[in-house]
Design a protein around this ligand. Structure first.
Ligand SMILES: [Zn+2]
Length: 170
């Protein structure tokens, strides 16, 4: 028996609702954090917005070669961004997205290591400073323990996107 029903409802809605966007490749609605955000530069070239913070309209796509290719074939980027975009080869776009995600991960990790929001983790899995709580992330070049929860969530979704992007479909 709880107090105000409408307050309860509002509260539970807040918990459930996380922003959702539609993939321009497969048209599935998914959580924004699971999708890649692409923007177009002034010449109409597609660029990954790895941190999803750039102003202006973005187009969202699942982090898979299949959805990137489908979006290119359906000319869905221009529709999603509501502007003209340059013709793009799906494989080249996929490659540039993978490079951008890797670069974003490397830059964010480097900054976090230098200001103490992350610590390097040894091969045995133990953080060098003992037992700070946090999230251990591992990809290509290393292993870090992220102690800042917000950054941890952001890095975790980039690592997951990279993992999905690197799955070869042929
Ligand atoms: Zn998709």
């Amino acid at each position: 028996m709880s107090g105000c029903r409408s307050c309860d409802r509002r509260r539970s809605r807040q918990v459930v609702r996380s922003p959702r966007r539609t993939c321009v490749g497969c048209r599935t609605r998914r959580e924004k954090r699971a999708l890649l955000r692409l923007v177009a530069d002034e010449r109409g070239h597609l660029r990954l917005d790895a941190r999803k913070r750039r102003p202006g309209r973005g187009a969202y796509v699942c982090p898979t070669a299949g959805c990137i290719e489908a979006a290119c074939q359906r000319s869905a980027w221009g529709r999603g961004l509501r502007r003209r975009v340059a013709q793009v080869d799906p494989l080249a776009l996929h490659r540039s997205i993978v490079d951008s995600v890797r670069r974003a991960l490397a830059e964010l990790t480097r900054a976090a290591l230098s200001d103490g929001r992350a610590v390097q983790v040894s091969a045995s899995g133990l953080p060098s400073n003992g037992s700070s709580p946090g999230l251990t992330l591992e990809w290509g070049q290393g292993r870090v323990l992220v102690t800042d929860p917000r950054l941890g969530t952001e890095l975790e979704s980039l690592v997951e996107q990279l993992r999905q992007l690197e799955v070869r479909i042929r």
